[in-house]
Design a protein around this ligand. Structure first.
Ligand SMILES: [Zn+2]
Length: 216
């Protein structure tokens, strides 16, 4: 009987190890945070698929907290960025950005801007608004969830704070991106991986293996 128990434990252990292996394999960003490819020829023309998928997850997770977000801006071409940069400088209006074409993560499909949407459809940029009435600012709740998903938040920046701004740099600087480096698109985080992630959390490995911290 004892032998059977030992065998069972051994099997369980092997199972956990195997699941963890699958989890890491399914999340290439976890094992190699700075994996990129060099592609000088082309510029992206849309949101990076991993960023797009994370935005969808963000919408779902915020909805669970009764917060509706609206993505007001995602990919921006160099020309669109230049036009925006001119605002408040060469054209009328307030200055809205400090980045010219090619200087923003938006230009490489790696950033989005969000706002809050009320039930009546109105869109607001009030960072103190507590629509779900849980005593916390909805805006900061969104930022917190976004950061858990691997986004960097403009509200954390020193100096100029860009509260609506969320980006994923994949370890690449603007200089890197201008030189033609691009985050590698290997495998998207599938629902399957999410389930495995829950499995791993269940075994509390997160506390012991820093690699499981979902950052990339
Ligand atoms: Zn932005």
């Amino acid at each position: 009987m004892k032998k059977l128990l030992k065998l069972l434990l051994l099997f369980l252990f092997a199972f956990v190890v195997y699941q963890s292996y699958l989890f890491i394999k399914g999340n290439p960003g976890l094992t190699d945070q700075f994996e990129y490819e060099i592609n000088v020829e082309t510029l992206p023309t849309e949101l990076h698929p991993i960023v797009a998928e994370k935005v969808e997850i963000l919408k779902e997770k915020t909805a669970e907290k009764k917060i509706t977000i609206l993505i007001t801006d995602d990919y921006r071409s160099y020309e669109e960025q230049d036009k925006l940069y001119d605002k408040g400088r060469r054209t009328p209006g307030k200055v809205v950005t400090h980045s010219e074409g090619g200087e923003s993560y938006h230009n490489f499909g790696l950033a989005v801007d969000f706002a809050l949407q009320l039930e009546n459809g109105n869109v607001i940029w009030d960072i103190e608004y507590d629509g779900n009435g849980n005593g916390q600012s909805d805006w900061f709740e969104v930022a917190e969830i976004a950061k858990e998903l691997g986004f960097q938040w403009g509200g954390d920046w020193r100096g100029f704070k860009d509260y609506p701004h969320l980006q994923m740099d994949f370890g690449l600087t603007i200089d890197d991106l201008q030189e033609g480096k691009r985050p590698k698109i290997t495998q998207l985080i599938s629902e399957d991986t999410e389930k495995r992630s829950v499995f791993v959390v269940f075994f509390n490995l997160r506390n012991y293996v820093p690699i499981f911290n979902n950052k990339f």
